[in-house]
Design a protein around this ligand. Structure first.
Ligand code: TLP
Length: 344
């Protein structure tokens, strides 16, 4: 039975054409700055995002953690949305690796309100009691929000708040290309308000490994030191960069297909008895499905679907997540809809 893997867009495997690009990649020792494929990728992503420089790192987690460490000192505080990946899913790295506290600001569908961020900033130069607010972290798309996309005006307002309050602004853009495709704006426009941005090549874009951290030349020069400290200085990793360059050339526009398929899952499942989907949150390649009304919990649904060759992920006792990606076609979507039709 074919296995349709909806657990995450991290499960993609390289296409034959990507494997050919990997095989042909010129490589060198990147700790010496000698890898032509990595240098080409870094220059290309910096240019795409309208920033001066970029740094290739093994994972989205490392890109975020290097950014946090580069902008802060122990005892500082960072601000993030209450369900941010940096807070929930990075092993407490902000505390362990940078020694900072994290102030959570609840958003709506994962989207921060700029004025709520302003309220969360510690009073400057005041009592010695407070940590020092240094950095605001934004996630676009917002994963736990449903894969939601920030309106450009909100990004600009966050930029203004950060500037007025004297804070730096970091973007966890693990799925920034999904956001750009969904809202039809140039990716540089979405990146413009930010001092640093991390983007992932190994999610919907389909590269096997790799993320890129982007910012000003002085920021990236300092980030180099922390990438090495965190063990992310790789050697002939141009074979990975070549996969990333291939993905950027061939797999960006097709993200619209992933979004269309997620939307179809959301719309059709929301009509199934006992199932509910917040359709307003289905904006890109994710669908969170509430199964509370079906008489089965999320773990039972995962097991039932698994027996039919469909892998999904329980994100709470009552919620399942389906993520569409490079290896999910219309047949896989049909299989999910048929399974719910028969089992619900
Ligand atoms: N997200 C993964 C899991 O870690 C939850 C997923 O399946 O969605 N930022 C965001 C917004 C992410 O969603 C992820 C991965 C990362 C960063 C981390 O990327 P990696 O896995 O490359 O460290």
């Amino acid at each position: 039975m074919p296995r349709h893997d909806f657990r995450s867009d991290t499960v993609t495997v390289p296409t034959p054409a990507m494997r050919a690009a990997i095989a042909a990649a010129p490589v060198g020792d990147d700790v010496f700055g000698d890898d032509p494929s990595i240098n080409a990728l870094q220059a290309h992503v910096a240019d795409l995002l309208g920033k001066e420089a970029a740094l290739f790192v093994p994972s989205g987690t490392m890109a975020n953690q290097v950014a946090i460490r580069t902008w802060t000192e122990p005892g500082d505080e960072i601000i993030a949305e209450a369900t941010a990946h940096i807070f929930l899913y990075e092993g407490g790295g902000f505390a362990a690796l940078s020694g900072v506290s994290l102030r959570q600001v609840p958003g709506v569908r994962g989207i921060l309100d700029p004025e709520a961020v302003r309220q969360a900033v510690r009073p400057p130069g005041g009592l010695s009691h407070f940590p020092v607010s240094k950095l605001v972290c934004v996630e676009n798309t917002a994963n736990r929000g449903g894969g939601t996309v920030y309106p450009v005006a909100v990004l600009q307002a966050l930029g203004a708040v950060a500037q007025e309050e004297g804070l730096k602004l970091h973007l966890d853009g693990a799925r920034l290309f999904n956001a750009a495709v969904a809202c039809g704006r140039p990716i540089a426009e979405l990146a413009a308000p930010f001092d640093s941005i991390s983007v992932c090549l190994s999610k919907g874009l389909g590269a096997p490994v790799g993320s890129v951290l982007v910012g000003s030349r002085p920021f990236i020069d300092r980030a180099h030191r922390f990438r090495k400290m965190f063990g992310g200085g790789m050697r002939q990793a141009g074979i990975l960069a070549a996969a990333g360059l291939h993905a950027l050339e061939h797999h960006v526009d097709r993200l619209a297909d992933d979004h269309r398929r997620a939307r179809r899952i959301g719309e059709e499942l929301s009509a199934v008895k006992g199932v509910s989907v917040d359709l307003g949150s289905v904006q890109t390649n994710m669908v969170y499905v509430d199964v509370a009304g079906t008489g089965r919990d999320a773990a039972q649904w995962v097991a039932l679907l698994d027996a039919r060759g469909i892998a999904s992920h329980a994100t709470s006792p009552t919620s399942l997540r389906f993520v569409t990606h490079l290896q999910i076609g219309d047949d896989a979507v049909d299989a999910v809809l048929a399974a719910f039709g028969e089992l619900a």
